[in-house]
Design a protein around this ligand. Structure first.
Ligand code: MAN
Length: 529
C-alpha cells in the first residue's frame, strides 16, 4: 500500500514530467500529435528535414516556404506540393489531405473539421458529427452486406466441399474400376488371340496330322494350359500393382475382394508354377519325339496315312493335360474361377471349326464393349482431374458459381457475364450480340486477398481497327453475384464493377474495390456515336 503522504509527493512529479515532454514537443499545424516529437527543436534552434537531407533553422518549419526535398518542413501550409496535411477530425476519423488542398478555398470532405481552411478566405464549419453519422450509416450497410455475403459464401464453400468429396469418391472408384477393367481387357484379348490361333491351327493340324482330326482336344488342352499360365502371370502383376497403388481411403468392395483373392492365391502359386512348368516340359519333350517320328515319314504319305496312335496313348496324353489344366485352375482364387468357366467349357466345344466362329464374334463384341467402357471411364477420370486441378479460390468458393450468368442494362447495351465463362454486349436497339471475351484468369495482386477480386476475360470479337475486345471484372463483397456498372475506359476494353459473395471476408471493414483504370474512368466515345 502506498502511503497518502507518498502519493502527494508522487503526483506533482508525474505532472511535471508530462509538462516537460509537452514543452519538448510543441503542437505543429498539420502534424499528427503522435508525431510531434519528430518536430522537436534540436540544439541551436535547428531542425532536420525528415528525410535527413538538410538542417534548417527551427523557425523555417511551417513558414510557408518549402525548404526540404521531402516537403516535411511545411506540414501545415500549401508551400510544398508533395506534402501532406493532417486533419484531426475530432468525433470522426483523422485523415491526411494533400498540402495543395490547404487554404485552397474548398471545404474538403476528408477534412471535416475544416481545419485546413484557416486563412479566413472561406469559413469551413466543423461537420465531423454529421460526417461521422453518415459514415456509421454506410458502415452499418456494408456490415449488413458483409454478413449476408459471408454466410452466402459459407454456403458456396460447403457445397463446393461436398462436390469435391463426390468427385474424389468417383475418382477413386473409377481408378479401381479401371484397374479391374484393364486386367479384364487383357484377359479378353488373350482369349481372342487364342480363339483365332485355334482356328488357324485347327486347319493346319487337319492337314498336317490326320490322326488328330478325329480328336483335337489334346491340342486345345495344351494351348489352354500355356495361355492360362500366361494369364495368371499378367493378373498377378496387375494385382500386385493394384495392391500397391490403390487408394486406401476409398474402399471399393470389388478392389478389396480382388486384393483378398490375390493374397489367398499368391503363397501357393510359385510352387505350383514350377510344378506345372516341369510337367509341361516333360509333355513337350514327348510331343517333340512324336513329331520327329511324324516328320520322318514322307509328306505325301502322311497326308494319306494316319500316324499310328493307339487309343490308350491318346487317352493317356489327354488325361495328363487335363490334369495339368485342372492343377492350374485349382490354384486360382474363387472369384477368378467363375470367369474361367467359360474358357474351360469352350475347350470341350472345340470339336469342330464351325463352332469357333460365333465364339470369336462374341468375344470380339465383349472386347469392344470393354474398350468403350474403359475409354468412358478414362474420359470421366480426366474431366474430374481437370476440375480438381482448377483454381476456384482458396476454399473453392467460385466453384458453385461456375456458369452463373448475370446481366446489366446500361441503356445502349445490355452487358452479361457468366462466371468462369464468357462476357457479352447486346445492343438494346437491334439485339446484336458481341462477344467481349472468355474467362482467362484471376488477375488481382498475387498473394493478397484481392487476387480473386479481379478477373480477366480475353479474346473477344476484334474491334474495328483495334484490339480484340476484353473485360476486366472488379468484384466487391455482396450477398448476390451481380453487375453494378459497366464502363469502357478504352476502346473495346470494358470494366465490369461487380459484387459477389465469393470475395466476402470476415474482416470488419470492406473498402470498395476500385478499378485501376489506366485513364480516368469515362466512357470511350467511339466514332459511331
Ligand atoms: C461497338 C461496341 C462498342 C465499341 C465499338 C468499337 O459499337 O462494341 O462498345 O466501342 O463497337 O468500334
Amino acid at each position: 500500500m502506498v502511503a497518502l503522504s507518498q502519493l502527494s509527493l508522487t503526483v506533482p512529479c508525474i505532472l511535471s514530467a508530462t509538462w516537460l515532454a509537452q514543452a519538448a514537443t510543441p503542437a505543429v499545424k498539420g502534424v499528427d500529435p503522435a508525431k510531434y516529437e519528430l518536430y522537436a527543436s534540436l540544439a541551436g534552434h535547428q531542425w532536420e528535414c525528415l528525410d535527413g537531407s538538410k538542417k534548417i533553422p527551427y523557425s523555417s518549419v511551417n513558414d510557408d516556404y518549402c525548404d526540404c526535398a521531402d516537403g516535411s518542413d511545411e506540414p501545415g501550409t500549401s508551400a510544398c506540393s508533395h506534402g501532406h496535411y493532417y486533419c484531426e477530425n475530432k468525433g470522426h476519423i483523422p485523415a491526411y489531405i494533400k498540402s495543395s488542398q490547404v487554404n485552397d478555398g474548398v471545404c474538403d470532405d476528408a477534412c471535416c473539421d475544416g481545419s485546413d481552411e484557416y486563412n479566413g478566405f472561406v469559413q469551413c464549419p466543423d461537420r465531423c458529427k454529421e460526417v461521422a453519422a453518415e459514415y456509421k450509416k454506410t458502415q452499418d450497410m456494408l456490415n449488413k452486406i458483409r454478413t449476408a455475403g459471408v454466410s452466402a459464401k459459407q454456403k458456396l464453400i460447403d457445397e463446393a466441399q461436398a462436390e469435391v468429396a463426390a468427385w474424389q469418391n468417383e475418382k477413386s472408384k473409377l481408378e479401381d474400376t479401371l484397374v479391374i477393367k484393364r486386367a479384364e481387357l487383357l484377359r479378353r484379348e488373350s482369349e481372342l488371340e487364342q480363339l483365332s490361333q485355334q482356328r488357324k491351327s485347327h486347319k493346319t493340324s487337319q492337314k498336317r496330322c490326320p490322326s488328330n482330326k478325329a480328336n483335337p482336344l489334346t491340342d486345345a488342352l495344351e494351348r489352354h494350359v500355356r495361355s492360362l499360365q500366361e494369364e495368371i502371370d499378367v493378373l498377378v502383376s496387375i494385382l500386385r500393382d493394384m495392391k500397391r497403388d490403390h487408394n486406401h481411403n476409398f474402399h471399393d468392395m470389388a478392389v478389396k475382394a480382388a486384393i483378398a483373392g490375390y493374397d489367398e492365391f499368391l503363397p501357393g502359386y510359385e510352387d505350383l508354377k514350377k510344378e506345372i512348368d516341369t510337367d509341361l516340359k516333360e509333355y513337350e519333350e514327348q510331343q517333340d519325339n512324336a513329331d520327329d517320328d511324324f516328320e520322318e515319314t514322307d509328306e505325301e504319305e502322311a497326308e494319306e496315312e494316319e500316324i499310328p496312335q493307339t487309343s490308350e496313348e491318346k487317352a493317356l496324353k489327354e488325361g495328363k493335360l487335363q490334369s495339368l489344366l485342372n492343377k492350374a485352375v485349382s490354384a486360382l482364387p474363387l472369384m477368378w474361377k467363375s470367369q474361367l468357366d467359360q474358357l474351360l467349357s469352350r475347350v470341350g466345344m472345340k470339336q469342330n471349326e464351325e463352332k469357333d466362329a460365333p465364339a470369336l464374334e462374341t468375344a470380339e463384341k465383349v472386347r469392344d464393349t470393354m474398350k468403350r467402357e474403359i475409354d468412358d471411364a478414362e474420359r470421366r477420370l480426366n474431366e474430374i482431374n481437370d476440375e480438381l486441378a482448377k483454381d476456384y479460390g482458396p476454399q473453392r468458393e467460385w466453384l458453385k458459381l461456375k456458369d452463373t450468368c448475370v446481366e446489366k442494362n446500361e441503356g445502349e447495351y445490355t452487358y452479361s457475364v457468366c462466371i468462369h465463362g464468357a462476357a457479352h454486349q447486346k445492343s438494346n436497339k437491334d439485339s446484336m450480340r458481341t462477344h467481349l471475351g472468355t474467362f482467362e484468369a484471376f488477375v488481382g495482386p498475387k498473394g493478397t486477398d484481392d487476387y480473386y477480386r479481379e478477373q480477366s476475360f480475353t479474346h473477344g470479337t476484334r474491334c474495328w481497327n483495334g484490339p480484340e475486345r476484353s473485360v476486366r471484372a472488379f468484384i466487391d463483397c455482396g450477398a448476390e453475384t451481380e453487375i453494378i456498372e459497366v464502363t469502357e475506359p478504352e476502346k473495346c476494353e470494358y470494366h465490369f464493377r461487380m459484387r459477389s459473395p465469393a470475395v466476402c471476408s470476415m474482416e470488419p471493414i470492406q473498402e470498395p474495390h476500385k478499378p485501376q483504370a489506366r485513364k480516368p474512368a469515362q466512357r470511350y466515345m467511339h466514332e459511331e456515336l
